[in-house]
Design a protein around this ligand. Structure first.
Ligand code: ITT
Length: 196
């Protein structure tokens, strides 16, 4: 079975490639660019939508893996959460979303506040559907720093560190991230399905 990643996000693709020994092929290599409507009310629901759409187009030869993720800030009532990719509006860039979150944190009069990332990874194949989750806790800053990672990384300091994910080496994010933790759970499932 061939493994395909149901994402159009270059930052996610880069991280999956760093973390998987298997070849990771983005769906766009096989199907071209495609817009998938993510209208579920949870990370899990949206991850399943993305993996199902791509699996239905590709068929039984494929094992499709998707990632739905985002950042939640309790002082903002959990925002942006599942709306992280469109916090500053439909079609917003990573930079626009980050600046909107910076403004939201500032509007509370805070220089920093607790936050966490969530990743739901869905796996869809002819043997059925699986979803696993991973989380990374830390704080968001009202003054972003660094340009590594992607998305909200320049404003996020993981617990136990002094620097933002925009400043820390990719190797550290690769070990501690929400995506790394979810993928650790997903890997044995993927291996089992490949042998089934
Ligand atoms: P796909 O649906 O094609 O995978 P997307 O960017 O639309 O790509 P999501 O709907 O899962 O993905 O939105 C996730 C958003 O959350 C993403 O755009 C980032 O802004 C943010 N995000 C998720 N994981 C992140 C990470 O590891 N570092 C920084 N930001 C992250």
């Amino acid at each position: 079975m061939k493994l395909v990643l149901a994402t159009g996000n270059k930052g996610k693709l880069r991280e999956f490639k760093q973390m998987c020994k298997d070849e990771v092929v983005p769906f766009s290599d096989l199907l071209g660019e495609m817009e998938i409507v993510e209208d579920a009310d949870s990370f899990k629901g949206n991850a399943l939508i993305k993996a199902r759409v791509i699996y239905e187009k590709l068929g039984e030869e494929y094992l499709v893996v998707s990632d739905d993720s985002g950042i939640s800030v309790p002082v903002l009532g959990g925002e942006p959460g599942i709306y992280s990719a469109r916090y500053a509006g439909a079609g917003a860039t990573d930079k626009e979303n980050l600046l909107k979150l910076v403004e939201s944190v500032k509007s509370k009069g805070l220089a920093k506040t607790p936050a966490y990332y969530t990743a739901a990874i869905a796996i869809v194949s002819k043997y059925g559907e699986y979803v696993v989750h991973g989380w990374m806790h830390g704080e968001v800053l009202s003054e972003p720093r660094g340009d590594k990672g992607f998305g909200y990384d320049p404003m996020f300091i993981p617990n136990g560190y002094e620097e933002t994910l925009g400043e820390l080496d990719d190797d550290i994010k690769k070990r501690i991230s929400h995506r790394a933790k979810a993928l650790k759970l997903a890997k044995p499932i993927i291996e089992m399905l490949k042998r089934a």
